[in-house]
Design a protein around this ligand. Structure first.
Ligand code: CP
Ligand code: NVA
Length: 313
């Protein structure tokens, strides 16, 4: 069966099949290789993308803006300080206006429901650039980075250590399950992920011959892990939980001793960034040769460009 992504939205990796993710990753590899060729393809000429931000961003905003710009399209950055979204004007009305002016919409904000309403009422592709629940464009870049490091995704083991119920943990479970990559969430019991996403991922994992598991044991969780992944302990919007999170997660810091516990000498370290060094990861690990965080950051742009080309052309 062929892959046809034109007109599609990406609100969660649940929206894409394994073959569709594979298509975006293959296109991303190709676009990354084109980078040095100085090709001026202009494949998004006359395409326009609205970039809606309720939360801050460096990588996601810059990836979308540069990907669209390099391909001859244009994007408009709209923070909640700039537009009426959800204040003076409903999300439904904003969506209907933007849908008449733009080829696509990217949304970064709090509620997944807002992204869903934008999709329902705009009539154009909507990309989730991070919500409290999911961060699908990040995990496309993570998968690309893992594939570059090991030449495959199938059978690779990822151990995500940290806040197991945040957007990164939930999205990694889904992405890994779809691509046949083992995923273990290593977190204290009170930060274990929510049931429905776990159930979904474990069900998908059965079909791809892999497993998604959750543990509080660092030794058990990171053993034989090819990839150690972490994220901030306090996600955007949760700043008032700082003391509680530090108390819960201080033993889950990624340091050189934890990296040794994989028992493998080829394990790599990933982090979606921004990182708070000295908290979830030590400076030593962050700056080590096995840290691939800046390749991972660059891959945001290649995967986002691939997503735009696949869904807009
Ligand atoms: N990883 C990520 O989404 O980074 P930004 O918050 O800088 O966009
Ligand atoms: N979990 C983090 C991811 C940042 C890219 C947050 O939501 O702030």
């Amino acid at each position: 069966m062929g892959v046809f992504l034109k007109g599609r939205s990406l609100l969660s990796l649940m929206d894409f099949t394994k073959d569709e993710i594979r298509y975006v990753l293959d296109l991303s590899h190709k676009l990354k290789n084109e980078k040095g060729d100085n090709k001026n393809q202009q494949r998004l000429l006359s395409k326009t993308v609205a970039l809606l931000f309720e939360k801050r961003s460096t990588r996601t905003r810059c990836s979308f803006e540069t990907a669209v710009g390099e391909e001859g399209g244009s994007s408009v950055f709209l923070s909640t300080d700039d537009i009426h979204l959800g204040e003076k004007e409903s999300i439904e009305d904003t969506a209907r206006v933007l849908g008449r002016m733009f080829s696509a919409i990217m949304f970064r904000g709090f509620h997944q429901e807002t992204a869903e309403k934008l999709r329902k009422f705009s009539g154009v592709p909507v990309y989730n650039g991070l919500t409290d629940e999911f961060h699908p464009t990040q995990v496309l870049a993570d998968l690309l980075t893992i594939e570059e490091a090991f030449g495959r995704l199938k059978g690779i083991k990822v151990a995500y250590v940290g806040d197991g119920r945040n957007n990164m943990a939930l999205t990694l479970m889904i992405g890994c399950a779809k691509m046949g990559t083992h995923c273990t969430i290593v977190a204290p019991p009170s930060l274990h992920p929510a049931g429905n996403v776990v159930d979904y991922s474990q069900h998908v994992a059965e079909t791809t011959g892999t497993d998604v598991s959750i543990t509080s044991s660092i030794d058990e969780g990171v053993s034989q892990a090819d990839v150690i992944y972490t994220d901030v302990w306090i996600s955007m919007g949760e700043e008032d939980r700082k003391d509680e999170r530090i108390r819960l997660l201080k033993d889950y810091q990624i340091n050189a001793a934890l990296m040794k516990k994989t028992g493998l000498d080829h394990s790599i370290f990933l982090h979606c960034l921004p990182a708070v060094k000295g908290m979830e990861v030590t400076e030593e690990v962050f700056e080590s040769p096995y840290s691939r965080v800046f390749e991972q950051a660059e891959n945001r742009k290649h995967t986002i460009k691939a997503l735009l080309l696949a869904t807009l052309l």
